[in-house]
Design a protein around this ligand. Structure first.
Ligand code: ADP
Length: 433
């Protein structure tokens, strides 16, 4: 009986021992699981906050350990993929921002996906405002541009439109469809390229005007020459005096043609930047040479050419022939547009801080009406066309002079009073070499 009781006690004790061991194991497992879940919550919170450098630190064996290893690997892959995507996005934005034209990417609904600062400036948006994500109809203010965007955004065609806007601006707008990968059917938006072609159009108009002017200027003397040659050929009975008169006209018109062609060639040679032999040129020597050349015509009108040089030794670095041409054109114009017994003065001095050399070409001639003062430097512009032609003018002299002064880094201005005289002021920076 006693031994039976002992056996029962032993079994109880054994069961108690097993239960206690199981309880301890369960508590330990629960503690580990709680710690694991806490760490899991911490890491997942950080990952959802885009902190992809976070890692699972709790070390556990078995399936939980495997799970944390896989979780860490997943975060690492996400980290590098997001880094790669961010880098690609940065690359793309930098490329778009560096393009010198205005660039916009717009989705099919008209929302702006990407825009660079130049496009913002051209569309007159505030540079500081982020317009990405907004619809273009709330961003584009100019009516004409808006109309074009409405018409062509989402179009399957490549479109090029030139728009004349207010403020004399001309924009070339190119709209190209964006296809989903290689599919030629699924359009997901448009790429818009805006180029400011105002200067280009201006240049093209100038070129067209120039060609028209040159043709006209060449045609007039040529018509006159061929006319008189024809008359002389078919009329044997023309008396000597009339014949000589016709020949004089032919000679005069031929000289005009020659002068015109020489001026056009000179203009094109400066524009092409030919003849680049720069040297130190003494201005006073140039003035003396020009005086000699123009002496005959000046004395034939009894015009006195005087001078006053603050520094007769002053030199500038430039192309000798061009500097001579500046003096020649301005002195020659003075003589041409000053009546008999007039006076021309060439004055040289420095500005206040000796940075610039100033040359003034003054005359007491016919003067220029105020409204034409800023036009006389244009090619072929003449105040009195007939008068200028009559005295052998081509209308190119001042355009050439201005070009040459500019190539020296200087500028030319004019003051004039009608009937009193003109004063052409050339400012050239001093070179210290
Ligand atoms: P042009 O060959 O006709 O003289 P320019 O280009 O030298 O051409 O001059 C343009 C126009 O400017 C002239 O036709 C003339 O009307 C005016 N002009 C130039 N210089 C003078 C001046 N010293 N006095 C008055 N008018 C001038």
């Amino acid at each position: 009986m006693n031994s039976n009781l002992q056996q029962v006690n032993g079994v109880y004790f054994f069961i108690m021992l097993i239960t206690s061991a199981l309880a301890i194991l369960l508590i330990r497992y629960t503690v580990t699981l709680r710690r694991y879940l806490k760490e899991f919550t911490r890491v997942s919170k950080k990952v959802s906050n885009k902190e992809f450098h976070t890692r699972f630190n709790t070390y556990v064996k078995g399936e939980l350990g495997e799970l944390s290893k896989n979780f860490n690997y997943m975060i690492q892959i996400m980290d590098s993929t997001i880094e790669e995507v961010e880098y690609k996005h940065l690359q793309l934005t930098s490329i778009v921002k560096s393009i010198s034209h205005g660039i916009l990417a717009i989705d099919i609904k008209g929302n702006i996906l990407l825009i660079n600062d130049i496009a913002k400036e051209m569309l007159k948006c505030d540079l500081k405002t982020n317009v990405e994500g907004s619809n273009f109809k709330f961003i584009v203010k100019d009516k004409k541009i808006l109309e074009i965007f409405h018409k062509y955004v989402g179009s399957t065609q490549n479109e090029v439109i030139e728009l004349d806007l207010r403020d004399n601006l001309v924009y070339r707008i190119k709209i190209d469809p964006v296809y989903l990968q290689d599919s030629k059917h699924a359009i997901i938006g448009s790429i818009i390229n805006i180029e400011d072609i105002t200067d280009l159009v201006k240049l093209e108009n100038m070129r067209r005007d120039f060609v028209a002017n040159v043709s006209h200027e060449l045609k007039t003397p040529l018509t006159s020459i061929t006319g008189f040659v024809e008359t002389l050929k078919i009329n044997d009975e023309i008396d000597k005096a009339t014949r000589n008169h016709f020949l004089d006209i032919i000679e005069k018109e031929s000289n005009r043609l020659k002068g015109l062609i020489e001026d056009i060639l000179m203009l094109s040679s400066i524009e092409n930047g030919q003849d680049l032999s720069y040297e130190q040129v003494k201005l006073f020597d140039i003035f003396k040479e020009v005086c000699e050349i123009t002496q005959y015509i000046a004395s034939s009108k009894n015009i006195e050419v005087s001078y006053d040089f603050e520094d007769e030794e002053v030199h500038i670095l430039g192309i000798r022939d061009n500097i001579k041409q500046i003096f020649l054109n301005l002195v020659d114009n003075g003589i041409k547009y000053t009546p008999e017994n007039g006076r021309i003065q060439v004055i040289q001095y420095y500005d206040k801080d000796k940075q610039n050399i100033i040359l003034e070409f003054k005359d007491n001639g016919i003067g220029i009406p105020k409204e034409y003062l800023n036009r006389i430097f244009e090619r072929f512009y003449r105040v009195d066309k007939a008068r200028s032609r009559d005295i052998g003018g081509t209308g190119l002299g001042l355009a050439i002079t201005k070009h040459m002064v500019k190539s020296l880094g200087g500028n030319i201005e004019v003051n004039s009073i009608l009937g009193v005289g003109s004063d052409f002021i050339v400012t050239i920076p001093q070179n210290t070499e």
